[in-house]
Design a protein around this ligand. Sequence first.
Ligand SMILES: [Zn+2]
Ligand SMILES: [Zn+2]
Length: 221
Amino acid sequence: MKTAKPTATAAVKAAAQSTAQSTAQSTAQSTAQSTAQSTAQSTTASSAHSHEAGHMHGDSQEAALTLAEEYCRERGEKLTPIRRKVLELLLNSGRATKAYSLLDEMRQIHPGSAPPTVYRALDFLLSAGLVHRIESINAFTVCHDLTQCQHGILVVCQQCGTVTELHQPKLRQALVAQIEDAGYRLASDEIELKGLCAACQAAEAAATAAAGSAASVAAAK
Ligand SMILES: [Zn+2]
Ligand SMILES: [Zn+2]
Protein backbone atom coordinates (compact mmCIF):
# COMPACT_ATOMS: atom_id res chain seq x y z
CA MET A 1 0.00 0.00 0.00
CA LYS A 2 1.46 3.28 -1.03
CA THR A 3 0.92 6.07 1.40
CA ALA A 4 1.41 9.71 0.75
CA LYS A 5 4.29 11.13 2.67
CA PRO A 6 3.58 14.41 4.34
CA THR A 7 5.95 17.23 3.61
CA ALA A 8 6.15 17.81 7.29
CA THR A 9 4.53 15.75 9.95
CA ALA A 10 3.60 18.13 12.69
CA ALA A 11 6.83 19.28 14.15
CA VAL A 12 8.10 17.29 17.04
CA LYS A 13 6.20 18.36 20.07
CA ALA A 14 7.34 18.37 23.62
CA ALA A 15 7.79 14.90 24.98
CA ALA A 16 4.55 13.37 26.08
CA GLN A 17 3.88 13.87 29.71
CA SER A 18 3.60 10.78 31.79
CA THR A 19 -0.01 11.66 32.38
CA ALA A 20 -0.82 11.67 28.71
CA GLN A 21 -2.30 8.23 28.69
CA SER A 22 -4.48 8.59 31.71
CA THR A 23 -5.80 11.91 30.54
CA ALA A 24 -6.46 10.42 27.14
CA GLN A 25 -8.52 7.74 28.80
CA SER A 26 -10.47 10.08 30.96
CA THR A 27 -11.15 12.35 28.03
CA ALA A 28 -12.50 9.50 26.01
CA GLN A 29 -14.58 8.27 28.89
CA SER A 30 -15.96 11.55 30.07
CA THR A 31 -16.78 12.56 26.55
CA ALA A 32 -18.52 9.26 26.05
CA GLN A 33 -20.52 9.76 29.21
CA SER A 34 -21.46 13.33 28.54
CA THR A 35 -22.68 12.51 25.08
CA ALA A 36 -24.16 9.15 25.97
CA GLN A 37 -27.54 10.60 26.88
CA SER A 38 -28.27 11.88 23.49
CA THR A 39 -29.47 9.50 21.03
CA ALA A 40 -28.84 6.99 18.40
CA GLN A 41 -25.86 6.35 16.19
CA SER A 42 -27.39 8.24 13.34
CA THR A 43 -26.68 11.47 15.18
CA THR A 44 -23.08 10.62 15.98
CA ALA A 45 -21.69 12.85 13.31
CA SER A 46 -23.72 15.88 14.29
CA SER A 47 -23.10 15.48 17.99
CA ALA A 48 -19.38 15.22 17.33
CA HIS A 49 -19.56 18.53 15.54
CA SER A 50 -20.78 20.23 18.66
CA HIS A 51 -17.50 19.48 20.36
CA GLU A 52 -15.48 22.28 18.95
CA ALA A 53 -12.17 23.37 20.37
CA GLY A 54 -12.51 24.66 23.87
CA HIS A 55 -15.57 22.60 24.57
CA MET A 56 -13.43 19.48 24.47
CA HIS A 57 -10.58 18.98 26.84
CA GLY A 58 -8.20 20.22 24.21
CA ASP A 59 -5.05 19.73 26.23
CA SER A 60 -5.51 16.06 26.94
CA GLN A 61 -6.60 15.46 23.39
CA GLU A 62 -3.45 17.17 22.18
CA ALA A 63 -1.47 15.03 24.61
CA ALA A 64 -3.09 11.89 23.23
CA LEU A 65 -2.23 12.91 19.68
CA THR A 66 1.34 13.70 20.66
CA LEU A 67 1.59 10.32 22.33
CA ALA A 68 0.26 8.63 19.21
CA GLU A 69 2.77 10.53 17.08
CA GLU A 70 5.67 9.38 19.22
CA TYR A 71 4.37 5.84 19.27
CA CYS A 72 4.28 5.79 15.48
CA ARG A 73 7.72 7.30 15.25
CA GLU A 74 9.11 4.58 17.54
CA ARG A 75 7.61 2.02 15.18
CA GLY A 76 9.28 3.72 12.23
CA GLU A 77 5.92 4.93 10.90
CA LYS A 78 4.45 8.36 10.48
CA LEU A 79 1.25 9.73 11.84
CA THR A 80 0.65 11.76 8.71
CA PRO A 81 -1.63 14.81 8.88
CA ILE A 82 -4.56 12.82 7.47
CA ARG A 83 -4.06 9.91 9.88
CA ARG A 84 -3.70 12.35 12.74
CA LYS A 85 -6.88 14.15 11.72
CA VAL A 86 -8.88 10.92 11.59
CA LEU A 87 -7.57 9.98 15.03
CA GLU A 88 -8.46 13.44 16.29
CA LEU A 89 -12.00 13.13 14.92
CA LEU A 90 -12.38 9.82 16.76
CA LEU A 91 -11.03 11.33 19.98
CA ASN A 92 -13.51 14.16 19.56
CA SER A 93 -16.40 11.83 19.00
CA GLY A 94 -15.66 9.84 22.14
CA ARG A 95 -17.63 6.88 20.87
CA ALA A 96 -17.68 4.43 18.02
CA THR A 97 -18.14 6.33 14.79
CA LYS A 98 -18.91 5.09 11.32
CA ALA A 99 -16.45 5.61 8.50
CA TYR A 100 -18.91 7.68 6.47
CA SER A 101 -19.42 10.04 9.42
CA LEU A 102 -15.67 10.49 9.59
CA LEU A 103 -15.62 11.16 5.87
CA ASP A 104 -18.37 13.77 6.26
CA GLU A 105 -16.39 15.51 8.96
CA MET A 106 -13.20 15.30 6.96
CA ARG A 107 -14.98 16.95 4.03
CA GLN A 108 -15.95 19.87 6.20
CA ILE A 109 -12.27 20.44 6.88
CA HIS A 110 -10.83 19.34 3.53
CA PRO A 111 -13.55 19.55 0.90
CA GLY A 112 -13.00 16.93 -1.75
CA SER A 113 -11.58 14.31 0.59
CA ALA A 114 -12.06 10.97 -1.13
CA PRO A 115 -13.31 7.88 0.71
CA PRO A 116 -10.05 5.95 0.16
CA THR A 117 -8.17 8.69 2.00
CA VAL A 118 -10.18 8.06 5.13
CA TYR A 119 -10.22 4.28 4.73
CA ARG A 120 -6.47 4.12 4.27
CA ALA A 121 -5.98 6.27 7.34
CA LEU A 122 -8.30 3.97 9.30
CA ASP A 123 -6.43 0.90 8.06
CA PHE A 124 -3.20 2.38 9.28
CA LEU A 125 -4.64 3.34 12.67
CA LEU A 126 -6.10 -0.17 13.02
CA SER A 127 -2.84 -1.89 12.15
CA ALA A 128 -0.98 0.39 14.56
CA GLY A 129 -3.42 -0.60 17.30
CA LEU A 130 -4.54 2.97 17.87
CA VAL A 131 -8.17 2.34 17.02
CA HIS A 132 -10.57 -0.58 17.19
CA ARG A 133 -13.01 -1.74 14.58
CA ILE A 134 -16.33 -2.37 16.28
CA GLU A 135 -17.89 -5.03 14.13
CA SER A 136 -21.27 -5.25 15.82
CA ILE A 137 -22.15 -1.71 14.77
CA ASN A 138 -19.65 -1.38 11.93
CA ALA A 139 -17.82 1.58 13.41
CA PHE A 140 -14.44 2.68 14.76
CA THR A 141 -13.30 3.92 18.12
CA VAL A 142 -10.05 5.08 19.68
CA CYS A 143 -8.32 2.41 21.74
CA HIS A 144 -8.65 3.45 25.37
CA ASP A 145 -5.19 2.02 25.80
CA LEU A 146 -3.76 4.31 23.17
CA THR A 147 -0.45 2.79 22.15
CA GLN A 148 -0.32 0.18 24.89
CA CYS A 149 -1.34 -2.54 22.47
CA GLN A 150 -2.76 -4.74 25.19
CA HIS A 151 -6.34 -4.67 24.23
CA GLY A 152 -9.02 -5.37 26.72
CA ILE A 153 -12.49 -6.71 26.26
CA LEU A 154 -14.70 -4.22 24.48
CA VAL A 155 -18.24 -3.64 25.68
CA VAL A 156 -20.21 -1.79 23.04
CA CYS A 157 -23.52 -0.01 23.52
CA GLN A 158 -25.58 -1.08 20.54
CA GLN A 159 -27.73 2.00 20.90
CA CYS A 160 -25.32 4.93 21.06
CA GLY A 161 -21.93 3.42 20.24
CA THR A 162 -20.26 4.15 23.56
CA VAL A 163 -17.39 1.72 24.04
CA THR A 164 -15.81 0.68 27.32
CA GLU A 165 -12.61 -1.32 27.28
CA LEU A 166 -12.32 -3.70 30.23
CA HIS A 167 -8.75 -4.39 31.24
CA GLN A 168 -8.93 -7.86 32.69
CA PRO A 169 -5.94 -9.73 31.26
CA LYS A 170 -6.64 -12.87 33.26
CA LEU A 171 -10.25 -12.96 32.22
CA ARG A 172 -9.21 -12.42 28.64
CA GLN A 173 -6.59 -15.18 28.81
CA ALA A 174 -9.03 -17.57 30.42
CA LEU A 175 -11.61 -16.83 27.74
CA VAL A 176 -9.10 -17.31 24.94
CA ALA A 177 -7.90 -20.56 26.53
CA GLN A 178 -11.45 -21.89 26.67
CA ILE A 179 -12.03 -20.91 23.07
CA GLU A 180 -8.86 -22.72 22.03
CA ASP A 181 -9.78 -25.76 24.14
CA ALA A 182 -12.97 -25.87 22.16
CA GLY A 183 -10.89 -26.03 19.02
CA TYR A 184 -11.33 -22.47 17.86
CA ARG A 185 -9.00 -19.61 17.13
CA LEU A 186 -10.34 -16.08 17.42
CA ALA A 187 -10.77 -14.46 14.05
CA SER A 188 -9.32 -11.18 15.32
CA ASP A 189 -7.70 -9.71 18.38
CA GLU A 190 -10.89 -7.97 19.30
CA ILE A 191 -13.21 -9.47 21.87
CA GLU A 192 -16.41 -7.53 21.63
CA LEU A 193 -19.51 -7.81 23.80
CA LYS A 194 -22.80 -6.24 22.86
CA GLY A 195 -24.44 -4.16 25.54
CA LEU A 196 -26.68 -1.23 26.41
CA CYS A 197 -24.95 1.52 28.37
CA ALA A 198 -26.30 3.04 31.60
CA ALA A 199 -27.54 6.19 29.88
CA CYS A 200 -29.36 4.21 27.21
CA GLN A 201 -30.86 1.88 29.84
CA ALA A 202 -32.13 4.95 31.71
CA ALA A 203 -33.57 6.38 28.51
CA GLU A 204 -35.22 3.06 27.75
CA ALA A 205 -36.68 2.84 31.28
CA ALA A 206 -38.01 6.39 31.00
CA ALA A 207 -39.59 5.61 27.65
CA THR A 208 -41.15 2.43 29.04
CA ALA A 209 -42.49 4.31 32.06
CA ALA A 210 -43.92 7.03 29.83
CA ALA A 211 -45.53 4.42 27.60
CA GLY A 212 -46.86 2.63 30.69
CA SER A 213 -48.45 5.73 32.17
CA ALA A 214 -49.89 6.69 28.81
CA ALA A 215 -51.40 3.23 28.59
CA SER A 216 -52.89 3.43 32.08
CA VAL A 217 -54.33 6.86 31.34
CA ALA A 218 -55.87 5.43 28.18
CA ALA A 219 -57.19 2.41 30.11
CA ALA A 220 -58.77 4.70 32.73
CA LYS A 221 -60.83 6.49 30.11
ZN1 LIG B 1 -7.55 -1.31 22.85
ZN1 LIG C 1 -25.69 3.84 25.01
